[in-house]
Design a protein around this ligand. Sequence first.
Ligand SMILES: [Zn+2]
Length: 300
Amino acid sequence: MTEEVVSLKNAAEKMDVLLDTLDELRASVTQEKLTQIRKTLFRGQGQSFDKSITHKLAKLCADAEDCVNRFEQLLTESKNEFQHAEATALEWEINQPKFITGSSFDEVPKRPSNHAQEMQNNTQLAKNELHGILDAWLVRAKKDRVYNVELEKIGTDAKGRLQGFMVSFNNVIKAGVSLTYEANYESTILLVSRVATFGYYEKKKIHESSDILLFQRITQLAINVLQQLDQKNIITELLDWISNYHDLFSLPCHKCSKFLAFQNPDDKFLLPIWRIVSEQNGRILSYHGGCLTGVVIFEE
Ligand SMILES: [Zn+2]
């Protein structure tokens, strides 16, 4: 594991502790306690003053102060790691060309304004068609694709709805896709809440993250691309998109013809992780991030 990944992991762990501390703080200020405080402060004239309430109020303040102190201490201790994490994220953001954005490197298109409407349209998908869509996609993939494709459905919620799946391509890459369901008026909307790619042989659950930088970078591209997929067909489009990486280890960069190319001091050498549809013949071409400059990206 590189120094940067260790540093980011440390920062993430500390952030978890900070969030737990915040939760603790929030939990210590209950509605009941607030009501007690209010009663104490606005007690009418002539009524006796309940000393136990002031005692409780003092205890509450002490608890809150203790939490705040610990929070501030952790925040100070983690300052360097947070700054580093922020700088790394910013650098990645800046160095990252945009994926499939029309005829040039414009801004990543915003979600269409009728996005909510589109999401409503996949109601059925959320309820009972999802299994059918996944099954049909898998049958088609096994028939059409010359490489191995496997898909495992994972978990159901209390209403029997699928919580996610793990899909793998060509014993090269696999992806964990987590799903959530959001009630919206009378309909239920299916949302892809998380996607993460892994090396085929990594033993990971769908909600975990890869230990390998290459797959962490592909995951970042996948998260970006989620916003740009047709929300009505998000599952099949996402599966097709991930499948473009079946030749991750065997397709050299279309520009420099190399497999490994130096990216930046953090990532060092990486395989070409960009997949672009060829303007000429519709074939999927691979590029290193740095080799994309000047490549015109057309929509699929
Ligand atoms: Zn290249």
